[in-house]
Design a protein around this ligand. Structure first.
Ligand SMILES: Cc1cc2nc3c(=O)[nH]c(=O)nc-3n(C[C@H](O)[C@H](O)[C@H](O)COP(=O)(O)OP(=O)(O)OC[C@H]3O[C@@H](n4cnc5c(N)ncnc54)[C@H](O)[C@@H]3O)c2cc1C
Length: 381
C-alpha cells in the first residue's frame, strides 16, 4: 500500500507555496522561532509580497479570493514544508474576517489591507480569565461616552499579546444601564491604558500568548465593527471556515512526519533486521496512512461543502477534532520510532507534536467541537 501523492501537486498556487517555502527556509525558521520566540515580521511581509496572505479573502478586500478547496490544499503543502507556523500566519486575514467583512471602509483600509501585505498584524481578543469555551459570558465592557467607546476588562490566552499592531476586541456593549450584547471593536494596541504580559507556552511559541489589560481604553465610536450586539453572529461564519482550514494544516504537518518515519524505519536496523520488519512498528504506520487519508477526504469534503454554501458548522468542527487527533497520533509514532533522537530537537517531530497539540484547545476545545456537531443532530428547541 502507498499513500496517494500530495493533493494538488499541479496547482500553480501550490507551486508558489513551494517556492516561498524554499526561499524563506520556512522549516528552519519555524525551528528557530521555537527556540527564540518572536513574531516573524520579515517572513510576514515576504508572505504578503508573495500573495500568500489572504488566499481565501475576497478580492474586493485585497485578497486572492480562491475557492476554499484550493486554499486547503495550499495550506496542507505549506504545513508539510514548514510546520504549522507559516501556514497559520497565512490564515491570519481569515482569522480576522470579521474586520474584512463587517468593518467600515476606513477601518479596512487602515488595518485589513495592510495585513494582506504583511504590514499590520491584527489579533483577536475573545477569551477572558472568566470566559473561554463559554464565550457568551464575556465581561469586558465597552461603554459609550460621547463619540468614543471606553473599554475596561482583561483578555487572556491571547496570541500576539505584545506583538499585534491592532486587535479585534469582543466586548459587552453598554449604553447607560442597557446591555446591547457582544460587539466587536478595532483597537490599536499602543493606546494609553493597555498593558500586556506574555507567558511561555508548550508549543507555537512564536505566537507569544498572554494577557492584555484594558484600563479605560478609549477608541473612536467608528471603531466598532458592524452592528451593536452582532459580533457573535459574524464570528460564527469565521469559525466554521477557519476550523476546516486548520484541519488541513494539521494533516499536512503530520504527513511530513509520517513520510520521514516510513523512510527511517525502512533504513534503520535493530536485532539483525530493519525496524520496518517489526510488526509493532509497521502496523501502526500503515494504520496511520489510512487515518491520514481518511481524515483528509473528510476535510476536503467539508471545505467543498462550505464553499458551496452548505451548512457545515458540525463537520467543520469535527474536521478540526479529527485532524488534530490523527496528527497527534502520527506525530507520537514519529517520535517513538525515531527513538532517542525522535524525542530531541535534532528532529522536527517533537516540536510538531507540541505545535499541533494547541489545536485541541485553540479555536474551540475538542469538547465544544463535539457540542457543535451534537447540536445539529439534536437541535435545541
Ligand atoms: C495556541 C493558542 C492560541 C490562542 N489564541 C487565542 C487568541 O488569539 N485569542 C483568544 O481570544 N483566545 C485565544 N486562545 C484561547 C482559546 O480560545 C481558549 O483557551 C479556549 O477557548 C478555551 O477557553 P479556556 O482556556 O478559558 O478554557 P475553559 O473554558 O476554562 O475550559 C477548560 C477546558 O474544559 C473543557 N470544557 C470547557 N467547556 C466544556 C463543555 N461545555 N463541555 C465539556 N468540556 C468543556 C475543555 O477541555 C476545555 O479545554 C488561544 C489558545 C491557544 C492554546
Amino acid at each position: 500500500m502507498k499513500l496517494p501523492g500530495l493533493p494538488g501537486a499541479d496547482d500553480p498556487v501550490v507551486a508558489e507555496v513551494v517556492e516561498a517555502a524554499a526561499r524563506l527556509a520556512l522549516g528552519r525558521r519555524s525551528a528557530e522561532l521555537d527556540l527564540a520566540p518572536e513574531f516573524p515580521r520579515a517572513e510576514f511581509r515576504a508572505l504578503g509580497t508573495a500573495g500568500l496572505l489572504g488566499l481565501a479573502t475576497s478580492p474586493a478586500h485585497g485578497g486572492r479570493g480562491l475557492h476554499l478547496p484550493r486554499v486547503a490544499v495550499a495550506l496542507y503543502h505549506m504545513a508539510y514544508l514548514g510546520g504549522t507556523t507559516f501556514a497559520k500566519l497565512s490564515l491570519q486575514p481569515e482569522f480576522s474576517s470579521v474586520l474584512g467583512d463587517h468593518g467600515s471602509g476606513p477601518l479596512r483600509d487602515r488595518f485589513y489591507r495592510p495585513m494582506l501585505r504583511g504590514e499590520c498584524l491584527v489579533g483577536n481578543h475573545v477569551t477572558e480569565p472568566g470566559a473561554g469555551a463559554d464565550a457568551g459570558s464575556l465581561s469586558l465592557v465597552a461603554e459609550r461616552e460621547g463619540d468614543e467607546f471606553v473599554l475596561t476588562g482583561t483578555k487572556s490566552e491571547i496570541a500576539f499579546a505584545r506583538d499585534a499592531d491592532a486587535a479585534i476586541v469582543y466586548a459587552r456593549e453598554r449604553a447607560g444601564p442597557n446591555d446591547l450584547g457582544i460587539s466587536a471593536f478595532l483597537v490599536p494596541q499602543r493606546l494609553p491604558g493597555l498593558a500586556a504580559t506574555v507567558i511561555p507556552d508548550l508549543g507555537e511559541r512564536w505566537m507569544r500568548r498572554g494577557s492584555v489589560v484594558y484600563d479605560h481604553v478609549r477608541v473612536p465610536a467608528d471603531h466598532r465593527i458592524g452592528e451593536a450586539g452582532a459580533a457573535f453572529g459574524y464570528l460564527k461564519r469565521e469559525l466554521t471556515r477557519e476550523r476546516a482550514l486548520l484541519a488541513a494544516i494539521y494533516l499536512g504537518v503530520a504527513r511530513a512526519s509520517w513520510e520521514d518515519t516510513v523512510r527511517y524505519v525502512g533504513e534503520r536496523s535493530a536485532f539483525g533486521r530493519k525496524l520496518s520488519a517489526q510488526e509493532a512498528v509497521s502496523f501502526p504506520l500503515v494504520e496511520d496512512a489510512a487515518r491520514l487519508e481518511a481524515a483528509w477526504l473528510y476535510v476536503e469534503r467539508t471545505v467543498r461543502a462550505i464553499d458551496a454554501g452548505a451548512p457545515s458548522d458540525g463537520t467543520a468542527a469535527l474536521s478540526k477534532w479529527m485532524a488534530v487527533e490523527t496528527a497527534l497520533g502520527v506525530l507520537d509514532h514519529a517520535i517513538q520510532f525515531h527513538g532517542g533522537r525522535g524525542y530531541s530537537k535534532a528532529l522536527p517531530h517533537e516540536q510538531r507534536w507540541r505545535d499541533v497539540r494547541s489545536g485541541a484547545i485553540a479555536h474551540g476545545p475538542h469538547e465544544i467541537m463535539h457540542a457543535v456537531a451534537a447540536r445539529e443532530l439534536w437541535p435545541r428547541p
